[in-house]
Design a protein around this ligand. Structure first.
Ligand SMILES: Nc1nc2c(ncn2[C@@H]2O[C@H](COP(=O)(O)OP(=O)(O)OP(=O)(O)O)[C@@H](O)[C@H]2O)c(=O)[nH]1
Length: 432
């Protein structure tokens, strides 16, 4: 089987026009992406006509990005380079990159409200260490030297180019006291509660429950993401039991306070393994409006190809912005973190000024002795697709390239379409 879906070929000729200047007539919709069926059929047709795969790939990519009904400039006001038809078969790599930069900078100018995460929990529970490790590239060992937090620190962060949020790090109380909590939590949209699992947890649990209660009494049903942290310090067989007992205690106490359905998630984490990246990925995903649409896209791709799993990953922070919705084992996300590390190491050695070593047409493939192949492809300078497939799938590399290019483009457009203002609307606003 090579990518299945042979019936797509029959519909191809209706949807595709010539390569000499016409845009191709297939649409990409953000919530119902038309990806592989159309593209595979295009590819099949081109191959039959004797054209090189790379050419058809470039053509698909262009059509997907700048079709009048699918592009962010859908009101007809295309940037001149697009109207002039430069983005066709003779596109150079630089032109494609310039167009990408245009999309990215348009997005950067938009200012949708950013979610604010409050890091909350007793002193020395590990709040600052988590921020420093994920977003500041501090090593776990270096966090041993971190001083106590004395004042509120607000960080403006982003995962990938498009997912932006704030994190507020505050001095942790020494006991379960809510003094200053109202000030800290005034602006926050989510609370990341860090609970040290190596110590007696009763104070931490009391602080957590009273914080939920406080916000609830103010009519704010804010999501709590509870990190049962420093789990490396708990004997491995006892970890799940610790998790269940904390979760149960909190649920019972909240129930006693008549809070029946609190928005609360629990994670086991440690800065000494990838669990903190995995948990923080889920927390970031819960902030993203585009998550469902992204997952739909990735589900569509895995359902139609031999790819077992696809992740959209923020490379610099090792945060997974989305994946298809098939259940994933923890070891697989660990593997993905490892691929990112390998990729970053190679980039730092061979890339110019530590920039990416991949251009938009290349990818990084790693074959593992356990029969899995890991495949990494850039979406932009900070985000990549990571695909996992079985070695025996004998995947057609060229088709994979075509399909991932279209997926990549759809992801870019999805982020633009889901911003509060389209670039054009913003121009109208500033002219009023
Ligand atoms: N074993 C272990 N130690 C950790 C972990 N995370 C943080 N620590 C250690 O916990 C200590 C306290 O970490 P901080 O990040 O300063 O704690 P904090 O919650 O910000 O403390 P305050 O600033 O007082 O509120 C440091 O020595 C860290 O190295 C972890 O996952 N495992």
């Amino acid at each position: 089987m090579s990518y299945g879906l042979t019936d797509a070929c029959e519909t191809a000729s209706d949807n595709i026009t010539s390569t000499d200047g016409e845009y191709h007539q297939y649409l990409s919709h953000y919530n119902t992406p038309v990806l592989l069926h159309d593209i595979r059929s295009l590819h099949t047709q081109r191959e039959g006509g004797g054209e090189r795969v790379r050419t058809s790939c470039r053509t698909v990519n262009t059509a997907s990005r700048f079709h009048p009904q699918s592009s962010p400039y859908s009101n007809g006001h295309h940037p001149s380079s697009i109207l002039n038809g430069h983005n066709r078969l003779d596109d150079t790599e630089e032109q494609l990159q310039l167009q990408q930069q245009q999309i990215d900078s348009d997005y950067g100018e938009l200012a949708p409200d950013r979610p604010e995460l409050l890091m909350w929990g007793l002193t020395k529970s590990g709040k600052t260490s988590i921020i420093k490790l994920i977003f500041d590239k501090m090593t776990a060992g270096e966090t041993l030297q971190l001083p106590e937090t004395k004042m509120i620190l607000r960080h403006e962060l982003s995962c990938g180019i498009h997912v932006k949020f704030k994190i507020c790090d505050v001095p942790g109380p020494k006991t379960a006291s809510l003094l200053d909590f109202d000030t800290y939590s005034a602006e926050c949209t989510t609370i990341v509660f860090v609970l040290d699992a190596t110590e007696d947890c009763s104070d931490s649990i009391n602080l957590l429950v009273s914080s939920v209660q406080q916000l609830y009494s103010q009519g704010r049903n804010i999501r709590f993401e509870v990190l049962i942290h420093k789990i490396d310090g708990v004997h491995e067989p006892d970890r799940l039991e610790r998790y269940s007992s904390i979760q149960q205690k909190v649920t019972v106490m909240l129930h006693e306070c008549s809070i029946e359905e609190p928005l609360i998630n629990f994670y086991l984490t440690s800065i000494y393994d990838h669990s903190i990246h995995e948990a923080f990925s889920k927390i970031v995903q819960n902030q993203m409006r585009q998550l469902r649409a992204l997952e739909n896209m990735l589900d569509l791709v895995t359902a139609s190809t031999q790819l077992d799993k696809i992740f959209v990953c923020d490379i610099s922070n090792k945060i997974f912005l989305a994946s298809d919705t098939k259940p994933v084992e923890s070891q697989i996300s660990e593997l993905c973190c490892d691929v990112v590390d390998v990729y970053k190491d190679i980039s730092s050695i061979y890339g110019q000024n530590s920039s990416s070593v991949l251009d938009s047409m290349s990818n990084c493939t790693i074959e593992l002795s356990i029969g899995l192949v890991l495949y990494l492809k850039d979406i932009n300078s900070t985000t990549a697709l990571i695909c996992i497939l079985k070695r025996e799938s004998r995947i057609n590399e060229a088709l994979m390239e075509v399909n991932l290019n279209v997926l990549k483009q759809n992801i870019q457009e999805l982020f633009l379409a889901n911003s509060n203002y389209s670039p054009r609307q913003q121009i109208y606003r500033s002219m009023e």
